[in-house]
Each structure stands twice: as C-alpha cells, then as structure tokens.
Design a binder for this molecule. Structure first.
Ligand SMILES: *Cc1c(COP(=O)(O)O)cnc(C)c1O
Length: 364
C-alpha cells in the first residue's frame, strides 16, 4: 500500500523520548519549554504555547479573546470542521464565506458583505499548506476593528510575502497531528505577539493555575490542554529538520505537477509568487470524472488517497442548524466533491509518484 501520509520520526526523537520516560517528568516541562523556544525562533514570534491539539489551540484562541454567545466569526466554508467547531463551542456563530477555486482559501472579496455589528473576528485557514490572502484580511480586519485568528493547522513553515503564516493575526493556531508535516501524535501550538494574550493561554491550558508570591493560586476556570514532555521531545528533532521535510514535499509536488500535466481532467495546485506552498496536502481537482470512484479504484490498486477538506455547509450539523443548501457556497461544494489528496512525504519510494499517476491515467 502506498500510504497517503506517514509520520517521519528522526532517530534522535527515540533517544529524547526515552530520556523523558526515564526521568519520570512526563507533563509540560523542560522539553515543552525548549520546543516552544524553537518554534518562537523558527516563526520569529515572541510567544509560542504548546497544547494538546490544533483544535485545542483554536478553542483556546476563542476563549482568550472572550468570543462568546451573540458574537460572529467569519470562517471559510471549505476547511476541516474543527475551525468552525471552535466557534460553536464558545457559543458564537461561525459565518461562512466561500473559497477561491485557485488557492482553496477564503475568497477575501466576499468577506465584507458578511460583516455585521456582531462580527468579532476573521478566521482564515491556510488550506493545504498555502497561505490565504493575508494582506486583504489584515486590511478588512483593521477597517472593521476585528480580531484575526489564523487556522494555520496545516501551514507550519508556510509564508506570505516572506512572513511566516500564523504570525499575522492576534493568534496563529497550528496542529501537530500525524497528517501534518511534523507530529507529536496529538498536539498543537498557539502563537501570538501579545504578552497578555500569551499569559491567558498559559492560564487557560493549565486549570487557570498561577504562582503568586511563590504560592499556587487559581485565577480562571481553565482547561487541561497541556502537552506532555515526551511529545515535545518527539517534536523537537522534527522541527530541527523542517527545512529538509519541506524540501522533500516541494520536490514531490513538482514531480506530480509535471506528470499530471498529461491528464486534462486533473487540475494541479496553483502557485503564487508571494506565497510559499509547503504541501501539507498535495491536492488536485478531479474534473468530469467521479472522484469517489477514483478513490475506490486507487485503493484496490494499493494507493491510499482521500478527499481534501469538507464543505462545512454540506455537513449535517451546519446544514441543519443554519438551513444551508449546497449551492450557497458553490466553490466549497465543488472542491468538497472534486478534491483529491494524493500520497506525499518522505515515506514514498522512488517511482511511487509515477505509479500513482500511471494508475490515475488508466482510469477513463
Ligand atoms: C488538522 C486541522 C485541524 C485540527 O487539528 P487537530 O490537531 O487534529 O485538532 C484544524 N484545522 C485545519 C485546517 C486542519 O487541517
């Protein structure tokens, strides 16, 4: 089976994890701190906080900004549901905006029409490892005095006009799930430039606990979203190899692009000069063919693929709660029906990409 994705765990990670296990200090400790410092340097951002997942990161961002019942948050209609779930879970309303068919990110020309007196924040998603149009989003947020929370879950290492994705907004939220470029099993990161917001994340991820005059006190109703130290120990060596990890993904994407050119019903990813694409997912559109049949046929031939992301308004919860019809966000709907994620990552052997493309070619 050519797998869609497989975590790359450097040899050194095993040694570090063993060290942590032997030390007996298992939760948020020196390795979490070290991992946070490495992320801060990597992203050039003053505060990075490790948490239990990308979803936890988004939830904490909502809580720290006091987004609550009666508030609205702008989200793209095409993403992983966690983006909008985080908004729902604090009692606020995710207000959907359609995506572009070029970058699969929020169509920034459609945001302002959705802004009301209740809008508190815009939550762009850097879909598949390519940044949303952040200059537009920043301009709109400034004009309407809105917060920005970047769902950068699949965009560690991505940049926009030379600045790292996740560092533009009030918060940037990353995931370290095994489907992402680097992983700690489950895991997430919240980054911010704001000292007060960083402190709030510190409190909210750890029961609201804080040391005051050397005495432990609790000053907020917090959660337990702490990362374990052995997860951080697993993540550190991967982050140190981030450059090579991205290089491999970009080279593989180029190989796909060149080979897929021969198939006129496959649309390959679009590249923009001001945006670095790190290909968390190598995602193509299947035009005029049945995508689900293709997934099935490829599986039978030993190739694991998957759909790209979900059209939120087509999912039961959002469709029933807000009465959406599939045609309300046609680009999101079409990407949901036609998108295909192909195998990518350092687990692929020489010839695997050619084999995948040859199999796709055989299907008429
Ligand atoms: C992966 C992902 C998430 C969820 O991250 P978890 O770590 O699995 O909770 C959220 N949003 C997007 C866009 C993602 O790709």
């Amino acid at each position: 089976m050519i797998k869609l994705a497989k975590p790359y765990i450097p040899e050194r990670a095993y040694d570090l994890v063993k060290k942590v296990l032997e030390s007996g200090n298992l939760i948020q400790g020196q390795y979490v701190t070290e991992f946070e410092q490495l992320v801060q340097t990597y992203l050039s951002v003053p505060y990075a906080k490790m948490v239990t997942s990308g979803t936890a990161a988004l939830h904490l961002a909502m809580l720290a900004l006091d987004i609550q019942q009666g508030d609205e948050v702008i989200v793209p209609a095409f993403t992983y549901p966690a983006t909008a779930n985080a908004v729902e879970l604090v009692g606020a309303k995710p207000v959907m905006v359609d995506i572009n068919f070029t970058d699969f990110c929020i169509d920034t020309s459609k945001i302002e029409a959705k802004i009301t007196s209740k809008t508190r924040a815009i939550m762009p998603v850097h879909e598949f490892g390519q940044a949303a149009k952040m200059d537009d989003i920043i301009a709109i947020a400034r004009k309407h005095k809105l917060k920005i929370v970047e769902d950068a879950a699949c965009a560690l290492g991505t940049d926009y006009e030379g600045e790292m994705a996740g560092t533009f907004g009030d918060f940037g939220c990353f995931s370290l799930h095994p489907r992402k470029a680097i992983t700690t099993g489950e895991g997430g990161i919240v980054v911010t430039h704001d000292k007060k917001l960083a402190r709030k994340i510190d409190l909210l991820r750890n029961h609201g606990a804080e040391k005051r005059d050397g005495k432990l006190d609790f000053c907020l109703p917090g959660l337990n979203y702490r990362m374990t130290d052995f997860q951080a120990a697993m993540g550190i060596p991967q982050l140190e190899e981030m450059e090579q990890i991205i290089d491999i993904r970009q080279q593989q994407a180029q190989e796909y692009n060149a080979l897929l050119e021969a198939i006129d019903w496959v649309q390959t990813p679009m590249i923009f000069p001001e945006r670095k694409h790190v290909y968390q997912t190598y995602h193509v559109l299947i035009r005029n063919r049945n995508r689900d049949e293709l997934i099935q046929l490829l599986r039978e031939k030993g190739v694991e693929t998957n759909l790209g992301a979900q059209a939120l308004h087509c999912l039961t919860f959002f469709a029933e709660k807000y009465g959406y019809q599939p045609g309300d966000f046609p680009n999101a709907r079409d990407a949901y029906n036609q998108g295909l994620a192909l195998p990518l990552g350092s687990h692929l052997n020489n010839g695997d990409i050619e084999k995948v493309v040859d199999l796709i070619k055989m299907i008429h």
